[in-house]
Design a protein around this ligand. Structure first.
Ligand code: PM9
Length: 457
């Protein structure tokens, strides 16, 4: 048999609603052309994010009922702790309500104003939490990763020469940690090779700098290593994940991705002193160290999700379904980041809409049109999210790439949903010359993409 099927049956269904084109025009205008502000009942297929949108399994729902809600040292905490330790291998596990809470605690303890944190590409919340501490988030992706059409196997790899140069330039005392994001979400959902994880770990440790993984999509990254990196074909994804984590001193994790749950996260470290400081902060804002910001039932669901995400038939289906979407639209001429990533397909809006200048937000124009055309919600990952003001001139600098991300929730949509998405994208692609840009009429000082309002240029 050649067909790769969804390795599950559907037990509970959630209706989705078709809207008319004129309804969508009104909805877009009311939302200030920001898809984050559109009511989810008005979205037919929601590819805004793969974060917190997974369908849980019957085992996870059973775990929800088994959750022990004792304030301290609950049974669910020990189950969660045992599972995280067995997969991730770190000594200290600090539960948080989601990934950015883990980031906030980590950077509050480690970063001071003037510090620099290197990463392959920081995700928006990671960057914002570093900048909030007065430190600088520096992206060190290899230059070829910015060539969206080049199908290299590990485009999430960090540029290790650039890392060495940065350490020479700013000195080890101003680099409190080095991070790698697996897979590299803002850089196209591309995996990082084990060779690169090892090389970055070696450089950081040679200079006495702690090395952390942003592990949100660790299982997808490990699967890509198994499929693409010489020497790993016969290793299980679990073994590969253990090897990845064995090279790091800690990690931040949003369980809303490869934890297969709707809320949750954690922070891990091997450093006893750091763990104590982190737990003190945890108690201040998240909760007692055996639940963090989570209910006992959430801890159960995460423990089960972390096991299920490593099932290889699940990962085979997951990666095949993402690449099916990518292949179908790329074969019809839509420029995408190649090769397809693990959790999402990224359309290169700069290449598709050359008539729209970067600071008129081609990615925003494309994602708005996709909703207008077919009720599909995607997200811009370009200059709306990542443009920077030049500190000297105050002039806005565009982001290096103008992408639209179609993130695929885990175990939620079937192949016919994806076929509908393909048809819609091809329809928008046919009319691409008619699309025009947007300008921002309202924005917040941090993470502006969540609440900004736009109007058509
Ligand atoms: N990522 C995403 O959609 C959700 C927030 S933005 C719509 O991709 C990485 C690599 C992420 C990430 C969230 C976080 C933060 C950290 N690192 O959302 O706080 O992709 O659980 O995780 C989102 P939380």
């Amino acid at each position: 048999m050649k067909t790769i099927i969804e390795p599950f049956k559907i037990k509970v269904v959630e209706p989705i609603r078709m809207t008319t084109r004129s309804e969508r025009e009104r909805i877009l205008a009311e939302a200030g052309y920001n898809l984050f502000l559109v009511h989810s009942d008005d979205v037919l297929i929601d590819l805004l994010t793969d974060s917190g949108t997974a369908a849980m399994s019957h085992e996870q729902w059973a775990g929800i009922m088994r959750g022990d809600e004792a304030y301290a040292c609950s049974r669910s905490w020990y189950r969660f702790l045992e599972t995280v330790r067995s997969i991730f291998g770190f000594r200290h596990v600090i539960p948080t309500h989601q990934g950015r809470a883990a980031e906030r605690i980590l950077f509050s303890v480690l970063c001071k104003p003037g510090d620099v944190v290197p990463n392959n590409t920081h995700f928006d919340t990671t960057r914002a939490n570093i900048e909030y501490r007065g430190a600088e988030a520096r992206d060190l992706l290899r230059p070829e990763a910015l060539e969206t059409g080049r199908p290299l196997p590990f485009k999430g790899d960090m540029d290790t020469e650039a890392l060495e140069r940065l350490i020479d330039e700013v000195g080890t005392e101003r680099i409190p940690l080095v991070m790698l994001t697996v897979t590299n979400n803002s850089g196209g959902g591309q995996p990082v090779s084990m060779a690169n994880i090892r090389a970055v770990s070696e450089i950081a440790h040679r200079h006495g700098i702690p090395f952390y993984l942003d592990a949100c999509r660790f299982a997808e990254n490990a699967y890509f290593i198994q499929q693409r990196e010489p020497g790993y074909a016969d290793r299980s994804v679990r073994e590969i994940a253990r090897e990845m984590f064995s090279l790091a001193d800690g990690c931040t994790m949003s369980a809303k991705k490869d934890g297969l749950v709707n809320i949750g996260g954690f922070l891990c470290t091997n450093d006893d002193r750091l763990a104590e400081q982190e737990r003190d902060l945890l108690i201040l804002t998240e909760g007692f160290p055996t639940y963090g910001g989570l209910a006992g039932r959430d801890l159960e669901a995460i423990a089960i999700g972390l096991e299920e995400v490593l099932h290889e038939d699940y990962l085979t289906y997951r990666i095949a379904s993402t690449s099916y979407l990518g292949r179908r639209i790329a074969d019809a001429g839509v420029p995408i980041v190649q090769p397809p990533g693990g959790h999402a397909i990224y359309i290169d809006a700069k290449a598709m809409l050359p008539q729209i200048p970067p600071l008129e937000f081609p990615g925003q124009a494309l994602s708005v049109e996709l909703y207008h055309e077919a009720g599909i919600r995607s997200v811009e990952i370009g200059s709306v999210m990542f443009a920077r003001r030049d500190p000297d001139t105050g002039v806005e600098q565009p982001a290096p790439m103008e992408l639209v991300r179609l993130a695929i929730p885990r175990r939620v949509y079937t192949q016919s949903h994806i076929d509908y998405v393909v048809e819609a994208i091809l329809e928008v692609h046919r009319k691409r010359e008619k699309l025009r840009g947007y300008r921002i009429v309202h924005q917040a000082p941090f993470l502006r993409h969540f609440t900004a309002r736009f109007e058509p240029v």
